[in-house]
Design a protein around this ligand. Structure first.
Ligand SMILES: NC(=O)C1=CN([C@@H]2O[C@H](COP(=O)(O)OP(=O)(O)OC[C@H]3O[C@@H](n4cnc5c(N)ncnc54)[C@H](OP(=O)(O)O)[C@@H]3O)[C@@H](O)[C@H]2O)C=CC1
Ligand SMILES: O=C1O[C@H](COP(=O)(O)O)[C@@H](O)[C@H](O)[C@H]1O
Length: 510
């Protein structure tokens, strides 16, 4: 076992107090984790490594957990283990990695026939029989294309539910995309809703598992400093930005059916938007938090065509799986406006792009100019509070200060909290690691509820339909650039003021 006894007991005690706060039951007994689509890309790159890290830290115990990989491919137990071994990078030894891999068993079967799932159930039951004590907890992770979700869920429901004779639960994690628009998403929700209760379904959005996204509510509601500032009286505009410095690389066929709005903005950036813009929840209970997220989504005005810029990088259509006449955006900048007391008049600029000049995700809250500015600081730039989600997690506040020296001159500087400097000994967990642990604990706080998903699609569906119908066109941009210049022009038009000549470099990168 990796974690020491004392670190495990302290983890257990902090979980006990969290469980008490959230009224989660404390559980012990068999835990079966089934990764469906175990032969795939997500499973090897994210799901199994996340399980390994949980094992490494003592959250999954050998005597208690068993992992099953399920897919159609003809693989042996060892075949699957060898496929994922290279992706398990941790602090511990080869011996420890092997100990984890021994927990994994492979079951082959199709996604729509009873035979495979009946076999899977027998394997799980066999393992549960060997450990009669406590509950039977069954977690199914659908690392699969969404087209097979309905049939797979039906099979789980028919063949693989935890036995009613034992305490425990059955939970299902599903990956985005949850549909392509409001109607298809609602159809999928209804199909899954007929098979599972909402509290059994965990719709994962891995951005909700990122450290600084999880910090947003703490930052906003545990700091007196921000309470009076976080509103239309003080904030001029807010940007939520995702940039990648590589293109669709081998995923062109998939990507072309979705585009950047469905791939990043409607889910990841909109979830971040909710946490930035929502009101204070009654408590930290998942339903209270999600109630507030739904409310702010429902307060978003229809998107105006003139507040959208779409781009496609040059060379995107060289991918043979992308049609020559594709109008799919690989870049989009969309302004959301919230019709409520706190945010009326404040533009939220959600911007995402592939094949740009850098890789980063950040929230940029730009404050209004100082009224009656005796220093003429406007030229220096405005106050900005920036939350860098990745890479190099950090938060910094751009301030105007007196330039050190004999002259009374001002310049832009920053108050800086870089996680790499401040928390040098802390390893920031991977998003998937945290979200799988939340599922085992039954905490749905960081998962998307059905009505939240519906409200998200309501915002973007009219725009997406217009793009699909060719009513809105993409403009070309150079790979490795900032994206279309029209996007910068739009940001400026709605109020964003760029500070020229000021670039913050995280100290950890110097
Ligand atoms: N890959 C990533 O980085 C990310 C993926 N996701 C989402 O996770 C899910 C899985 O993604 P990913 O692992 O990349 O997908 P893959 O294309 O690798 O598919 C996973 C497995 O599903 C089976 N499969 C593939 N196509 C079909 C099909 N048409 N019908 C039935 N089974 C099929 C294959 O297993 P076999 O043939 O052996 O049965 C395959 O190994 C998707 O919903 C994706 O959108 C989300 C975020 C990131
Ligand atoms: O969901 C997705 O996210 C990744 C980016 O995730 P990150 O955690 O590395 O920021 C993106 O590359 C992919 O296109 C998208 O499907």
């Amino acid at each position: 076992m990796a974690g020491t006894e004392s670190s495990q007991s302290s983890r257990q005690s902090s979980f006990n107090s969290l469980a008490k706060d959230l009224e989660l039951p404390l559980e012990q007994g068999c835990l079966s984790i089934v990764v469906l689509g175990a032969s795939g890309d997500l499973a090897k790159k994210k799901t199994f490594p996340a399980l390994y890290h949980l094992f490494e830290q003592g959250f999954l115990q050998s005597g208690e957990v068993h992992i099953f990989g399920y897919a159609r491919s003809n693989l042996s137990d060892d075949g699957l283990r060898e496929r994922i071994r290279g992706y398990l990078k941790g602090a511990s030894s080869e011996e420890h990695i092997s100990e984890f891999l021994q927990l994994i068993k492979y079951v082959s079967g199709s996604y729509d026939s009873g035979e495979g799932f009946d076999n899977l159930n027998k394997e799980i039951s066999e393992y549960e029989k060997s450990n009669e004590s406590g509950s039977s907890r069954r977690l199914f992770y659908l690392a699969l294309p969404p087209s097979v979700y309905p049939s797979v869920c039906k099979m789980i429901r028919t063949y693989c539910m935890n036995p009613t004779s034992r305490a425990g639960w059955t939970r299902v994690i599903v990956e985005k995309p949850f549909g392509k628009d409001l109607d298809t998403s609602e159809e999928l929700s209804s199909q899954l809703g007929e098979l599972f209760e909402e509290d059994q379904l965990y719709r994962i959005d891995h951005y909700l598992g990122k450290e600084l996204v999880q910090n947003l509510l703490v930052l906003r509601f545990a700091n007196r400093l921000f309470l009076p500032l976080w509103n239309r009286d003080n904030v001029d505009n807010i940007q939520i930005v995702f940039r990648e410095d590589f293109g669709t690389e081998g995923r062109g066929g998939y990507f072309d059916q979705y585009g950047i709005i469905r791939d990043i903005i409607q889910n990841h950036l909109l979830q971040v938007f909710c946490l930035v813009a929502m009101e204070k929840p009654v408590s930290l209970k998942p339903e209270h938090i999600r109630d507030e997220k739904v409310k702010v989504l429902q307060s978003v005005n229809p998107i105006k065509d003139e507040e959208v810029v779409l781009g496609q990088y040059e060379g995107y259509k060289d991918d043979p799986t992308v049609p020559d006449d594709s109008n799919t955006p690989t870049f989009a900048s969309v302004v959301l406006r919230v019709h409520n007391e706190r945010w009326e008049g404040v533009p939220f600029i959600l911007k995402a792009g592939k094949a740009l000049n850098s890789r980063k995700a950040e929230i940029r809250v730009q404050f209004k100019d100082v009224p009656g500015d005796i220093f003429r600081c406007k030229k220096q730039g405005r106050n900005e509070f920036v939350i860098r989600l990745q890479p190099s997690e950090s938060m910094y506040m751009k301030l105007t200060v007196k330039k050190p020296g004999l002259e009374m001159a001002t310049e832009q500087s920053e108050l800086d909290l870089s996680y790499g400097m401040r928390y040098q000994t802390v390893k920031i967990p991977e998003a998937y690691e945290r979200l799988i642990l939340d599922t085992i604990r039954g905490d749905q706080q960081h998962f998307v509820r059905r009505d939240e998903l519906k409200a998200a699609w309501q915002i973007f569906t009219p725009l997406l339909h217009d793009i699909d119908a060719g009513k809105l066109k993409t403009v070309p941009y150079q790979p490795g650039s900032r994206g279309p210049k029209e996007a910068d022009e739009l940001s400026e038009k709605v109020g964003y003021m760029q500070t020229h000549g000021y670039i913050w470099i995280p100290p950890t990168l110097k």
